[in-house]
Design a protein around this ligand. Structure first.
Ligand SMILES: NC(=O)C1=CN([C@@H]2O[C@H](COP(=O)(O)OP(=O)(O)OC[C@H]3O[C@@H](n4cnc5c(N)ncnc54)[C@H](O)[C@@H]3O)[C@@H](O)[C@H]2O)C=CC1
Ligand SMILES: O=C(CO)COP(=O)(O)O
Length: 331
């Protein structure tokens, strides 16, 4: 990539877009971040903090925020970091560009069952695509803590160029040619993190959590392989790696949503009160529908859907899962 004023533009000023801007500021002189909220733009430009979505992290002065998408036209590559359900709209509104798009949302589009890369390929057929996904809590990445992540793109030359433009001494991408696998790992683990949070909130113990991670991973593999993912991608950073991270920490919004469900709070109230995104709540119903269409069994995902819909209690869901017919552990 040739030198330009903004080597990488970031679209989305939530916690993750802001953390990625902090990473980019370690290696690039100017970083332009588009945020939807004027408050976020003001907070970043005036106080060098994203007080709404990543409070407490002091940001580099190299980061400039804007609410004007037209300003992003000169960027040589884009990180698309809005929630999955808004990627279609934001890509449609992006200025005319043929720059590579690095897709960072973790989810599946409601109604269409499309992965974010499918949406991007449909809306922006002329832009090269890559997916960035892995075990990456935003506040740790923004603080410069060591992090490894999958950068998936079918084109190895593009993969190498993008890795060079985003890698820092503490942020290490690994290339994969398996875009579908990288996306499915990130989308499915969010739903499984809700389930692990439920186990924690209901006080079901660490054995149950380990069982849920292992059986949840079996669900991720069944579904991923049915959609064309490679097994090794699902077992890598963007699959198992991210599953382990988000299933074991209250820092995960998905885990903490599940924890409150497990403590008996109503899903409707929890979702209405949220200021930040718990992607798993949006992914769960479309994932279950997609799995059903593919004849893939996903009992844990199904249980999360029922809990989110408020159609079952935690006690009943646990009884149901444990009462399933005894079967072989492989699949
Ligand atoms: N926070 C994290 O640690 C990580 C998050 N991700 C993924 O990044 C994506 C964004 O998550 P966060 O930055 O954490 O979100 P956040 O919860 O910190 O912020 C919410 C974001 O949603 C945006 N938003 C809300 N309504 C919108 C609309 N109608 N159109 C466009 N944007 C809208 C807000 O502007 C804001 O950027 C999600 O898919 C998430 O799974 C991926 C890796 C790590
Ligand atoms: O995806 C993440 C870490 O890799 C963030 O997880 P949550 O969205 O559950 O907070």
């Amino acid at each position: 990539m040739s030198a330009g004023r903004y080597p990488v533009g970031i679209i989305g000023g939530g916690a993750w877009g802001t953390a990625l801007a902090a990473v980019m500021a370690q290696i690039h002189d100017d970083v332009l971040l588009w945020a939807r909220e004027e408050d976020v733009v003001r907070s970043i430009n005036a106080s060098h903090e994203n007080a709404l979505f990543l409070p407490g992290t002091v940001l580099s002065r190299k980061i400039e925020a804007t609410a004007d998408l037209a300003r992003m036209a000169g960027c040589e590559a884009f990180m698309i970091v809005t929630p999955a359900q808004h990627v279609r709209a934001i890509l449609s509104a992006l200025p005319d560009t043929q720059a590579p798009l690095i897709l960072c949302a973790k989810g599946i589009e409601a109604n269409t069952q499309m992965l974010v890369s499918d949406v991007a390929a449909q809306v922006r057929p002329d832009n090269p695509l890559a997916v960035l996904s892995g075990p990456t809590f935003a506040h740790e990445v923004a603080a410069g803590k060591p992090t490894a992540i999958t950068l998936a793109t079918a084109n190895p030359t593009l993969g190498a160029a993008l890795m060079r433009s985003i890698a820092t001494p503490s942020f290490r991408p690994y290339w994969s040619d398996d875009v579908v696998g990288a996306e499915i790992g990130g989308a499915v683990k969010n739903v499984l993190a809700i389930a692990c949070g439920v186990v924690d909130g209901a006080g079901l113990g660490l054995n149950a959590r380990a069982a849920l991670i292992a059986r949840g991973f079996a669900e991720m593999q069944r579904y991923g392989l049915a959609r064309g993912a490679k097994a090794e991608t699902l077992a890598g950073l963007s699959g198992l790696g991210d599953l382990v991270l988000t299933c074991s920490s209250e820092n995960s919004r998905n885990f903490s949503l599940g924890r409150s469900l497990g403590q008996g709070h109503a899903a409707e109230n929890l979702l209405a009160d949220r200021k930040t995104i718990a992607e798993g709540a949006f992914t769960a119903p479309v994932l279950l529908q997609s799995a059903t269409d593919l004849y893939v069994e996903m009992p844990i995902v199904s249980a999360v859907c029922a809990l989110l819909a408020g159609t079952i209690t935690v006690d009943a869901v646990v009884t149901e899962l444990l009462a399933r017919p005894l079967k072989s552990e492989s699949w």
